[in-house]
Each structure stands twice: as structure tokens, then as C-alpha cells.
Design a protein around this ligand. Structure first.
Ligand SMILES: [Zn+2]
Length: 42
């Protein structure tokens, strides 16, 4: 288990936008986990 919380949405899976409301975090695609963890090998 080496999941890294997405720093962009703080693991929420969504981000607040200026226009009001929120949208799915495009950085982690709503998973709340950084994609970078995919390339980490143990
Ligand atoms: Zn995210």
C-alpha cells in the first residue's frame, strides 16, 4: 500500500472551481490518488 493522496484535490477527488461548485479533479480523475503511484515499484 503506497497510495499517494492527490495534492491537487487533497484526496477528495474533486476541486472547487471559480465559477461556483466543484468538478472532478482532472489530475487524479476523481480517484483522489496521484497517478504517480502507478509508476512506483517496490
Ligand atoms: Zn485529485
Amino acid at each position: 500500500m503506497n497510495k499517494t493522496t492527490c495534492q491537487y484535490c487533497a484526496g477528495n477527488g474533486y476541486v472547487h472551481v471559480a465559477v461556483g461548485g466543484s468538478e472532478t479533479c482532472h489530475y487524479c480523475e476523481g480517484t483522489g490518488v496521484e497517478k504517480d503511484e502507478m509508476v512506483i515499484k517496490q
